[in-house]
Design a protein around this ligand. Structure first.
Ligand code: ADP
Ligand code: MG
Length: 376
């Protein structure tokens, strides 16, 4: 039954892929919290059309605004359900595609829950790595995979390496590594051999996110947490070599700060969040209008994602929302942003060929052919 369901989803994924380009948007709504329920908050979300990807926000009793997404999750849908839909996309990194997944939304709507999850209720990050290792194991007779992970944080337009054992005094900067490819020299790329190592690495990253900040929640709502999974693949049968990456991004909260709140450091933070989220919006708009210049360099966030967002890559956005009437205006603004993202039509994704490695493999194959000839 499970396999049947997965096969159905993979098929659906392929159809969507062919007809719709490579960016899709899933909308996830968290449950009303205990505090919200006990303080009389009402749910403003209409899930009647959820199975068809429709979601409605009931605004002021009569007016209802509806939106369409590739998937809509009700508060009852669990982590496994959500991951099952992301799975075909994330695993395509093993076939050489660059992939980017990001969770967008107001603070407290479940971005971290969806991406990181909890130890008992693991999220997309862990489930992705778990499946990558499973597939790599299944294919080990035909393809050799080399998987490593980095965990970064972007806070106030500064990149911090969350896997570094000692804080580096040097500022981390983004360097152009090859055509369209970017790299941050000096960051830790933890080589992970199997899934048992993964949870520890992810926890290390998650824990160091809080270090040095006096309010953990506040800090994480103002910074972007970015997990990068790098995959090198060598096909032992046909010699294909690819080098691709998967970004899993837990974005800073999208809420607008009340004007009166913003002073000093808070103001600077707010401006930097606005800057990177609006830079993300600008990149998406430029992609949507097929502009010849895509302004990736206007923020660290978009610069890091440059080779995995747009162009040859595949992208998925989780737009996270709150069901509460208290949050209705932020919810509408998130859904409007997400609708714009969904409107983008990109061309087909392309595999990221590892040219240097491919050259080596070709020469090796050539040499062994020569040797075979000599022996004859
Ligand atoms: P964000 O990262 O967007 O600020 P969190 O992931 O921290 O939000 O979620 C806020 C709270 O809501 C957490 O206590 C989290 O466990 C809970 N929560 C979020 N989404 C869900 C969900 N789908 N089901 C159950 N609880 C959820
Ligand atoms: Mg969070």
């Amino acid at each position: 039954k499970y396999h049947e369901e997965m096969a159905k989803r993979k098929k659906l994924h392929n159809i969507v892929q062919e007809t719709k380009g490579n960016i899709r948007v899933f909308c996830r709504c968290r449950p009303l919290s205990k505090v919200e329920t006990s303080s009389g908050c009402k749910c403003v979300v209409d899930f009647d059309g959820a199975n068809d990807g429709d979601i409605g926000i009931i605004n002021g009793g009569t007016a209802k605004k509806t939106f369409k997404f590739d998937r809509v999750y009700t508060p009852k849908d669990d982590q496994a359900e959500v991951y099952a839909d992301a799975s075909p996309l994330v695993t395509s990194v093993l076939d050489g595609y660059n992939v980017c997944i990001f969770a967008y939304g107001q603070t407290g709507t479940g971005k971290t829950f969806t991406m990181e999850g909890t130890e008992r209720n693991r999220g997309v990050n862990y489930r992705t790595l778990e499946e990558l290792f499973k597939i790599a194991e299944e294919r080990k007779d035909t393809v050799t995979y080399n998987i490593s992970v980095s965990v970064l944080e972007v806070y106030n337009e500064q990149i911090r390496d969350l896997l570094a054992t000692s804080p580096s005094s040097k500022k981390l900067e983004i360097k152009q590594a090859g055509e369209g490819s970017h790299h941050v020299p000096g960051i830790v790329e933890a080589k992970v051999e199997d899934i048992n190592e993964v949870w520890d690495v992810l926890q290390t990253g998650s824990n160091s996110r809080a270090v040095g900040s006096n309010n953990v929640n506040e800090h994480s709502s103002r910074s972007h947490c970015m997990l990068c999974i790098m995959v090198r693949a060598k096909n032992l049968i046909n010699g294909d070599c690819t080098r691709s990456k998967l970004w899993l991004v837990d974005l800073a909260g999208s809420e607008r700060l009340a004007k009166t709140d913003a002073q000093g450091d808070r103001l600077k933070e707010a401006q930097n969040i606005n800057r990177s989220l609006s830079a993300l919006g600008d990149v998406i708009s430029a992609l949507a209008s097929r502009s010849s210049h895509i302004p990736y360099r206007n923020s660290k966030l978009t610069h890091l994602l440059q080779d995995s967002l747009g162009g040859d890559s595949k992208a998925l956005m989780f737009v996270q929302i709150s069901p509460s009437d208290n949050d209705a205006s932020e919810t509408l603004s998130s859904l409007n942003f997400a609708s714009r993202v969904r409107g983008i039509e990109l061309g087909p994704a392309k595999k990221q060929v590892d040219t240097a490695e491919l050259q080596k493999v070709k020469q090796m194959l050539e040499r062994s052919k020569q040797e075979a000839k000599l022996k004859e």
